[in-house]
Design a protein around this ligand. Structure first.
Ligand code: SAH
Ligand code: SF4
Ligand code: F3S
Length: 463
């Protein structure tokens, strides 16, 4: 496949639009809201970077803002409902201040169905664009400002890679780095491949340069992002896979932890585990979404692995990295899933013993194959299965966390919590959250913490 990299002249044109808007408006305040996953967080950093280049400052209060940008998520129906709720609230602000600019972008905005609804029923929205058009935000906003009409840019393309956009990060300690965009897996329940386009990898040179720059700037935790990082590099001209990329990044000198997500079990394996085991920077952590413990359901989901092959990978991983912290995503109530199949998922969860889980009740996404499948089980019944899963996992997470109490563990202090009793937040190498007592100056430092307490979700300690 030919790599779709936007030519530098085109990205330079966007920088020129930023300057034009700067000259046109002389500042203003922007309110940016991010829904959904870390990929969207990373996108919002670029959107904020572009807004800053256009002269905008930032505010947390939509009532103070001159421009509101909602970066949306389409993964489940409740993610979309939240956005319609936010638009409803903004309607009142816009009635009072008709010059307020309202922009809707992200995965939800890429869907024709949503664009239609916004066109008809949410007249307050001035600009709609999907993730494929993110790099053209300055040009699109300029169009809104000069044409005085609404602009919709949701053409569904395969997607491209645009380098060189400015970035405003929200932490000086942790940074996200997208290494690839899009997804080719088409899991039957999932909207992502339809809204984020085909898989495409950034060049290793661009990624290495970005990570080196972050380390130089003092960032201590760098998380590489992709919907399926394990298929990194398949579209590159010079062959390099994800394990190879990690090995190169690991060569960078400096004091930092390297994390990455998400992994797809069908493409994860020994080569990756070997690089992780002998690395200097890679944290002992793997997020390996299993979705279901039933082979029939896994097939219907189009996941490309079985319960047995998944368990075998977990075994191989733990053999190489015994202290690894393992987390997963689970869907309960996939169309046609029976109670016995849901219980197979719970038995897999108990067999693996995850440190933590992200659990979801299936939500039909229009346009995906699963949304067409018969789904006879009621929401109430799915909720009962879901609760059983939560009970099993919470019991286990609490036990896991209790085992830290009384120990001294290395941590990275990554921010202030706003909570007086535990003013700092920190992470263990495996990524577990630590509520911490200590001085504010500790933010950004590696240290040791004495763990004194724990619950289902977190640890408590002092420096
Ligand atoms: N690319 C990642 C996940 C992205 S979405 C991966 O493959 O692991 C994050 C999680 O949302 C998924 O792992 C899945 O558990 C959940 N999810 C995706 N589509 C869903 C749907 N239609 N209903 C409920 N949960 C869903
Ligand atoms: Fe969705 Fe599957 Fe792609 Fe993950 S791998 S984004 S679940 S289609
Ligand atoms: Fe949501 Fe898009 Fe991420 S659908 S989960 S924001 S890739």
């Amino acid at each position: 496949m030919k790599r779709a990299v936007i030519p530098p002249e085109e990205t330079a044109r966007q920088r020129a639009y930023e300057q034009k808007i700067l000259a046109l408006r002389q500042g203003g305040l922007a309110h940016v809201v991010t829904y959904g996953c870390q990929q969207n967080e990373a996108d919002s950093q670029q959107l904020r970077g572009m807004l800053a280049a256009m002269g905008f400052g930032f505010t947390d209060d939509p009532a103070q803002a001159d421009l509101v940008l909602l970066n949306t998520c389409a993964i489940r129906d409740n993610a979309e409902q939240k956005v319609y709720g936010a638009l409803g609230r903004l309607t009142h602000i816009k009635e009072r201040r008709p010059d307020l600019l309202v922009c809707l972008c992200g995965c939800m905005a890429q869907q024709e169905r949503v664009a239609e609804k916004v066109r008809r029923s949410y007249r307050l929205v001035d600009l709609v664009f999907g993730p494929q058009a993110l790099w053209r935000f300055p040009e699109l906003l300029y169009e809104v400002l000069t044409k005085k009409g609404r602009v919709f840019s949701i053409e569904n393309e395969r997607g491209a890679i645009a380098e060189g956009a400015p970035v405003v990060r929200d932490s000086a300690v942790k940074a996200w780095v997208s290494i690839m965009y899009g997804c080719n897996n088409f899991c039957s329940y999932c909207i992502v491949p339809y809204v984020r386009g085909r898989e495409r990898s950034r060049s290793p040179e661009d990624i290495l340069a970005e990570v080196e720059g972050l380390v130089r700037d003092g960032y201590k935790e760098i998380t590489l992002l992709g919907q399926n990082v394990n298929s990194y590099g398949k579209d590159l001209e010079t062959p390099l896979d994800f394990a190879g990329l990690l090995a190169q990044i690991d060569q960078i000198d400096g004091d930092f932890w390297l994390r990455f997500m998400t992994n797809h079990p069908k493409d994860t394996g020994d080569r990756l585990f070997a690089v992780m085991a002998k690395s200097r920077h890679i944290a002992p952590q793997l997020h390996l979404p299993v979705q279901s413990g039933s082979d029939r359901v896994l097939r219907a989901m189009n996941r490309g692995y079985t319960r047995a092959s998944y368990l075998e990978k977990v075994r191989a991983l733990r053999e190489k990295i015994p202290q690894v912290v393992l987390t997963s995503d689970i869907i309960i109530g996939f169309p046609g899933e029976t109670e016995a199949e849901a219980m197979e998922t719970i038995s897999l969860v108990e067999e693996v013993g995850y440190d933590a889980l992200f659990t979801f009740i299936y939500s039909p996404r229009p346009g995906t194959p699963a949304a067409e499948m018969p789904d006879p089980v009621s929401r109430e019944e799915k909720q009962v299965w879901f609760q059983r899963l939560l009970d099993a996992q919470n019991r286990f997470s609490a036990q896991r966390h209790a085992a830290y109490v009384g120990r001294k563990v290395p941590i990275l202090v990554d921010g202030l919590s706003g909570d007086e009793a535990w003013p700092l937040s920190a992470r263990t190498p495996g990524g577990r959250l630590v509520h911490l007592q200590g001085p504010a100056e500790a933010v950004g430092r590696f240290a040791q913490a004495d763990i004194v307490d724990s619950n289902t979700w977190a640890l408590f300690g002092h420096l």
